[in-house]
Ligand binder design. Structure first.
Ligand code: CTP
Length: 407
């Protein structure tokens, strides 16, 4: 299965070799196929081609410095590492391959390569002996083990008099390999190139330094959804309240305590293609901010504690006038008339889909390993799943939303 590059965004890391001039042609070929290209040049690359030439061909600025104040303020290298569908390294010099294999992050290119969870394709280019050297062979094996795809090098005449494998693959070959890689990703990983935001766990609303108001939640379902989305190829941010769970692999986790912190973290994590609100947000918080001193009992009984309502994170995001994720999924924890309550909730909160579960004591869902859920769409259609493990609910939900997003 191959995938077209139309509407795809490619982060192109240009390494420092004579083949860098061909990277400029690669920018052109990728754009001809409908992709947008964000060039990143190593210091070595700039000995062969200028950032200006790359920028002119890409039609956008080329990035060069890790500590570029303007660019850090605008996007930052971590965002650079996320806001694309794939990373292409061309030419991948022996030095760049070694630095990638070693996990170095001393400049912008290697930092982006280390920070990214996107699929990576490299087009090696180097002298025949360097390609054949055991060190390069080792680095290549390490990179392949890390899931990096390799196109070329081709045999043929190079800048030096020797001939043999070492010459960078032609720009059209690289673009073809990229299409194949994205095609495979799309098949195996239906959320490849998508950004997913998940909230999970409870929130704690402090009364004083030792007491708080909270909803019951282990975070198991939300964490399982984040893990399943990452396994489906998505770039995932998990905003989690206090839980006793390990971070899911391959997921960026932002830890918060209160509902207001959770809302802030969610807003900071946008844009997203899919947002899943699985957190059990405390509905109220004490009106008075918690002080640094523990409230002491004075024998006259508890002092009145006025509460105020917390922001509704799901409703806030589902009703964003701009930047609303195309697919907003809410949860509904109900103890009775589950489906009816969930239908009302979908209308009230403005989300596209609600995953409703029965959290009455008989179900044992709270903190348990299983879940029986109903999927309720905005048009009222209901799908009921059998009792399943929370990991399986997560996998099915991810497959379901990937299908909805693909249209
Ligand atoms: N939610 C949220 N922010 C809140 C309250 C709830 O984002 N302040 C989200 C939850 O993450 C969940 C959905 O809204 O996806 C529904 O949560 P639930 O507790 O079932 O509903 P409530 O809004 O609390 O409504 P009620 O208490 O009336 O059932």
């Amino acid at each position: 299965m191959t995938e077209t590059l139309a509407q795809r965004r490619v982060l192109l890391v240009i390494g420092g070799g004579i083949a860098a001039y061909k990277a400029l042609d690669l920018i052109r070929r990728l754009r001809e196929r409908g992709a947008s290209v964000c060039p990143v040049l190593t210091a070595g690359a700039q000995e062969f081609v200028t950032p200006l030439a790359a920028a002119a061909l890409a039609g956008e600025r080329a990035h060069t410095d890790l500590f570029d104040r303007a660019s850090e303020a605008e996007i930052g290298h971590i965002k650079l590492a996320r806001q694309a569908d794939a990373v292409v390294v061309a030419p991948a010099t022996a030095n760049l391959m070694a630095r990638m294999a070693g996990g170095h992050a001393a400049d912008l290119a290697t930092t982006v390569l280390l920070a990214t969870t996107l699929p990576i394709l490299i087009a090696p280019a180097m002298n025949v002996q360097m390609w054949a050297h055991p060190a390069t062979r080792r680095n290549r094996a390490v990179l392949e083990g890390d899931g990096v795809r390799i196109v070329g090098p081709n045999a043929g005449r190079m800048a030096e008099p020797e001939s043999g494998p070492g010459r960078m693959a032609e720009p059209n070959e690289i673009a073809d390999a990229l299409e194949r890689m994205l095609g495979q990703q799309a098949g195996e990983r239906p959320l490849a190139g998508r950004r997913v935001l998940v909230t999970s766990g409870p929130t704690h609303e402090p009364i004083d330094p030792v007491r708080y108001i909270a909803n019951r939640s282990s975070g198991r379902q939300g964490h399982a959804i984040a893990a399943a989305a990452a396994a489906a190829g998505a770039t995932v941010t998990l905003v989690s309240g206090p839980v006793a769970l390990p971070d899911p692999p391959g997921v960026a986790v932002v830890r918060v305590e209160t509902a207001r912190q959770m809302l802030e973290a969610v807003e900071a994590a946008l844009p997203a293609d899919i947002a899943v609100f699985a957190a059990a947000v405390a509905d109220w918080r004490p009106e008075q901010e918690a002080g640094s001193k523990k409230i002491k009992k004075d024998g006259t009984g508890p002092a009145p504690m006025p509460l105020v309502e917390n922001p509704d994170i799901l409703a806030t995001i589902a009703r964003l006038p701009m930047g609303r994720p195309p697919l907003v999924v809410g949860f509904a924890a109900e103890t009775d008339t589950v489906v009816e309550h969930a239908r009302a909730k979908i209308a009230r909160k403005g989300c596209d889909l609600i995953v409703a579960n029965d959290v009455s004591a008989e179900g044992g869902v709270m903190g348990g390993a299983d879940n029986t859920v109903h999927l309720i769409r905005r048009d009222g259609a209901v799908e009921t799943w059998p009792r399943l493990g929370k990991d399986e609910v997560a996998r099915r939900l991810v497959a379901h939303v990937a299908g909805l997003l693909a249209g």
